[in-house]
Design a protein. Structure first.
Length: 296
């Protein structure tokens, strides 16, 4: 099997703190891998080591079979990192042209403008673009060399719904053409719809690795959600036998349980103040919360 990315027991220690802790990972060609994890889990550090921007404290990283810092490798990859640094005094099209000039077989300018939906902004100064437009420019620059492997670190932050949709459609098409894509995101529904494989990282370690449906299947429980009355506290709900997890967004409460039939009977017997009750199976969000909590 051809592995485009190989990490062998890789760690990164910052002043005594293990940001990445003995992480091993192999990514095969043509896959879309999403790295998920809470803030500070080590996702960006991992991506930076794969890209050769950071050196691991321990372990080995291979990208396209070689050291990521080799010039030959760098020409075959593209990266859209969290910070898009625009060059002063260059227009959008000039910025893209500059990046195209670094590569032997760049994608045509017109394609890059279309893919990033920046056709109408081509004559604008790059520094005058909005936050979301700058992210899209970052995408065009990452694609300039028609890369074999594409890294996207929280790519859709600041993009509106239409841009986001176009962005993921393009990423999916690229994967269908055999490109390998590694992305980090905090939007679980994006990982769910785009990724073939999800690796959940917590505290620098992998706590789950599988397809979105495999990850979701790891939540054994089901969910009862309802709008709780003002006086209903989290403590009293947590104390009800059979509640394994509780999460809340304003007045909307979600209770996880292995046996929701019994739990709903118990909630009613206790005269819990509930409205708009829904009972269903857990999604990626619940699987993710449960996995990360278990690892803590
Ligand atoms: N240059 C640095 N010096 C010291 N500590 C660092 C440095 N960069 C990252 N860290 C620490 O390493 C840990 C992992 O950070 P990292 O940015 O990789 O996490 P992340 O999963 O990408 O988080 P986020 O979702 O917030 O982007 C954090 O505890 C962070 O504070």
């Amino acid at each position: 099997m051809d592995h485009v990315i190989e990490l062998d027991r890789v760690s990164k220690v910052y002043k005594g703190k293990r940001a990445v802790d003995g992480l091993s990972l192999r990514v095969s060609k043509g896959s879309v891998l999403a790295l998920l994890g809470p803030n500070g889990a080590g996702k960006t550090t991992t991506v930076s080591m794969i890209l050769g921007l950071l050196q691991p404290t321990e372990g080995k990283v291979k990208l396209l079979g070689s050291d990521p810092r080799e010039a030959g490798v760098r020409k075959r990859i593209g990266a859209m990192l969290q910070e898009v640094s625009v060059i002063d005094n260059l227009k959008v099209s000039e910025t893209i042209e500059l990046f195209r000039s670094y590569y032997d077989k760049p994608l045509p300018l017109a394609d890059l403008l279309r893919i990033s939906a920046l056709e109408s902004e081509r004559g604008k100064m790059a520094s005058a673009l909005s936050g979301g437009q700058q992210r899209r420019l970052g995408f065009a620059l990452a694609l300039a060399g028609d890369p074999e492997v594409l890294f996207l670190d929280e790519p859709t932050v600041g993009m509106d719904v239409t841009s986001r949709q176009l962005f993921w459609d393009t990423v999916r098409k690229m994967a269908d053409r055999g490109k390998t894509i590694v992305l980090t995101t905090h939007y679980l529904e994006e990982a769910d719809s785009i990724a073939d494989r999800i690796v959940v990282v917590s505290d620098g370690r992998i706590v789950a690795d599988g397809s979105p449906s495999e990850i979701k299947a790891r939540t054994t429980g089901r969910i009862i959600s309802f709008t709780a009355g003002e006086r209903t506290s989290d403590e009293e709900l947590r104390d009800i036998p059979g509640v394994t997890e509780l999460s809340r967004s304003g007045r909307r409460v979600k209770l996880m349980s292995e046996d929701t039939d019994r739990l709903i009977a118990e909630l009613i017997a206790r005269r819990t103040d509930m409205r708009d009750i829904e009972i269903g199976s857990g999604g990626l969000e619940e699987a993710f919360q449960a996995l990360v909590r278990k690892a803590e």
